[in-house]
Design a protein around this ligand. Structure first.
Ligand SMILES: [Fe+2]
Ligand SMILES: [Fe+2]
Length: 165
């Protein structure tokens, strides 16, 4: 059965939100490159690529259900960031917002009795738990690092070891 119009529209909105996430994280990566923190920059670049992957997962799903993907404009991401800890707090707040959107999308699928979409979204529900946990851990480590540049450089090295997919 082809996807219902309302669910197609809602998933298209989420595709936009995932691509916007990718754009925000890429802007954060550019900031870290400029700040000569290559490990943080790499981490954010990979995070950005993951978000494109999320968008494409939804893209493929809409197509498989006989729907039509429509892409919308992306908001210009900010280029003004504070200390690394503030930036990662912003990233965490952003992930929490995305979690709420996924939750709303799941509720909408339930209201429309769209079982395949609910099953598809379960992957995203699990992923958001992981995302919040990963970003939250970096926030905690940066808080603990405080004003120590030695600790900051250590974390930069550590985050730079993040493996690509
Ligand atoms: Fe995502
Ligand atoms: Fe994410």
């Amino acid at each position: 059965m082809n996807i219902q119009q309302a669910m197609q529209d809602a998933i298209n909105e989420q595709i936009n939100a995932e691509l916007e996430s990718a754009y925000i994280y890429l802007s954060m990566s550019a900031h870290f490159e400029a700040e000569n923190l290559p490990g943080f920059a790499r981490w954010m670049r990979l995070q950005s690529q993951e978000e494109v992957g999320h968008a494409m997962r939804l893209f493929d799903y809409v197509c498989e259900r006989g729907g039509r993907v429509t892409l919308k404009a992306l908001a210009e991401p900010t280029t003004q960031f504070g200390a690394p800890v503030t930036l990662f707090e912003q990233a965490l707040a952003h992930e929490q917002k995305i979690t709420r959107l996924i939750d709303e999308l799941y509720q909408a699928a339930a209201q429309h009795s769209d079982t395949p979409t609910q099953v598809m979204l379960q992957w995203f529900v699990t992923e958001q738990v992981e995302e919040e946990n990963n970003v939250g851990l970096v926030v905690e480590q940066l808080r603990r690092a405080g004003d120590s540049s030695a600790a900051l450089l250590f974390l930069d090295r550590q985050l730079g070891t993040r493996a690509g997919d």
